[in-house]
Ligand binder design. Structure first.
Ligand SMILES: C[S@@+](CC[C@H](N)C(=O)[O-])C[C@H]1O[C@@H](n2cnc3c(N)ncnc32)[C@H](O)[C@@H]1O
Length: 349
């Protein structure tokens, strides 16, 4: 059994993928601990996973930075810190973490590792340094590769190597893995064990199914998702000022979901669909936004996941944010399956 730790767990995209793999594979994954600071994410997570015997900490910094000084390059591997972490966090074999990316994303201010949120990377290093799990898988925005003249990314890779890991990464687009959403993310993975096979140069196999947004859009939804005539004009406007960007709706492959999708955006930044596209109805003209259920589906979460969250009173606003922040579970599944074929996890059984 592979013991997993779900760090910066969000609503558990990584965990869902490992649980799905365990259903069909000889290799069994079991999440033994998780950390998530946001109470609404915690609620969605705990209404969907069996967390009874799990170790849980809301803010990982309570463990990695118990004093006022945050984890940083100088102190993440101090002996005192390492001893403390080992004492509190149970042993695990696989660290999964989509680390907070506001400081790296093209919309954020891009302060990289100097930003307190970017600095959460050092909390990952602190866990790797003290617990020494055999494997890790990290996810972040593609922009991580290039900010600060690529210095941040090369620092990240060399720090992980310094901890003894064989490290590699892929940039993968969710639209190739069974969900109709363009979402390019960098996935960094590493193994402490020296594997017989070299790391795969090819990416995890791409789904051959031609899945479009038509497969996830509900034909009938609550009226509240339909845009009013008043707002439609603004939404459908092309780019502002000197910047022209064509305003397209009815995309067969959705634009990347964002955590702010609850707000109204211009149609060149968000996903809107017409009655004509959804129901082939040319008479009754309306345009609507995605529902939270559709947003979750675009990240590979099943309807049951949404229902469980709703039973726990999670609002639409929270669900939009959670879906926009989560990892695409299908991509994680494809990566782990691919790595299993390359000898990952095998000898631990
Ligand atoms: C990019 S999201 C990861 C989403 C996750 N992979 C999923 O599938 O939903 C980063 C998460 O880290 C959480 N976070 C931020 N700071 C944290 C901290 N100090 N300790 C624990 N979680 C934190 C945020 O609340 C957010 O849910």
């Amino acid at each position: 059994m592979i013991r997993c730790f779900d760090l910066f767990a969000g609503i558990g995209g990584f965990r869902l993928a490992t649980e799905k793999i365990s259903e069909k594979n000889n290799i069994k994954f079991k999440t033994i601990g998780w950390s998530e600071i946001d109470k609404y994410c915690q609620k969605t997570y705990s209404s969907n996973f069996d967390i009874k015997n799990n170790y849980f900490i809301d803010d990982i910094k309570k463990i990695t930075s118990p004093t006022k000084e945050f984890c940083n390059y100088q102190n993440y591997n101090s002996i005192k810190k390492s001893k403390l972490i080992k004492k509190i966090i149970p042993k695990f074999d696989f660290l999964m973490a989509g680390f907070p990316c506001q400081s790296f994303s093209s919309m954020g201010k891009q302060r990289g590792l100097d930003d307190e949120r970017g600095a959460l990377f050092f909390d990952i290093l602190a866990l790797l340094n003290s617990i020494k799990p055999n494997y890790f898988l990290l996810e972040n925005v593609k922009r991580l590769l290039t900010i600060d003249n690529k210095k941040t990314f090369s620092f990240i890779i060399s720090s992980l190597q310094k901890e003894g890991y064989d490290v590699n990464w892929w940039v993968l687009d969710s639209k190739h893995y069974g969900v109709p959403q363009t979402r390019r993310r960098v996935y960094i993975y590493g193994s402490l064990k020296k594997l017989e096979k070299k790391y795969p140069t090819e990416v995890p196999s791409i789904s051959k199914k031609n899945i479009t947004t038509k497969t996830i859009l509900d034909k009938k939804v609550d009226k509240k998702y339909i845009l009013s005539n008043k707002i439609l004009k603004t939404i459908l406007k092309h780019g502002t000022g000197g910047y022209y960007s064509k305003s397209e709706i009815d995309l067969e492959i959705a634009r990347p979901l964002t955590r702010t999708m609850v707000k109204m955006h211009r149609a060149n930044q968000d996903n809107y669909y017409s009655n004509k596209f959804i129901n082939n109805d040319k008479k009754l003209k309306w345009i609507r936004k995605l529902t939270p259920l559709e947003a979750l589906k675009l990240q590979g979460f099943p309807t049951k996941f949404y229902n469980n969250a709703k039973l726990n009173d999670i609002s639409d606003t929270q669900l939009y944010m959670q879906a926009g922040n989560s990892v695409t579970t299908n991509v994680v599944k494809a990566i782990i399956t691919h790595l299993i074929n390359y000898g990952w996890f095998n000898e631990d059984n």
